[in-house]
Design a protein around this ligand. Sequence first.
Ligand code: FEO
Length: 173
Amino acid sequence: MLSPTVESALNDQISIESHSSNAYLALASWCETKGMEGSAKFFYLQSEEERAHMLRLFKYINDSGGKALTPALNQPRTDFSDIMEVVEYFLKGEVRVSDGINKLVYIATQEKDYTTLNFLQWYVAEQHEEETTARNIKDKINLIGLEANGLYLIDKEIGALAAVKPAASEPAN
Ligand code: FEO
């Protein structure tokens, strides 16, 4: 059984994950309309992943006797000057998600909710991975540069990341 405090904090995280899914869809669209097909593929997959993260929380709340709330969606940012700005926005988004997870872990600890703490471990590991991915892409862009064939190479590199990503699936539990 969830305490009202934990339930409310979990619902806040649903909202954050949902916003990320929407925001990354906008990034996919930006990339696709700039001819960066590899990057678009990567952000479409990221968007799907965030939705899967949101659904995992949804199921957990409802299965634990609480009520998952469908969040309202805000219009995400759609304009960027270049791919570096897109990736910086992506990294900022991941840091925001991590902050939300850390806050949740803190609240679950305060509430002595060890079941929720256990549930959150998957998110802690996932966030570490996602932040690392975003930072690695940023490093690669810095290394390659945006001039000459840079954009082509960057798009290939980001697209290669999409190719090794498992398709996001909806949680079984
Ligand atoms: Fe749902 Fe990118 O974390």
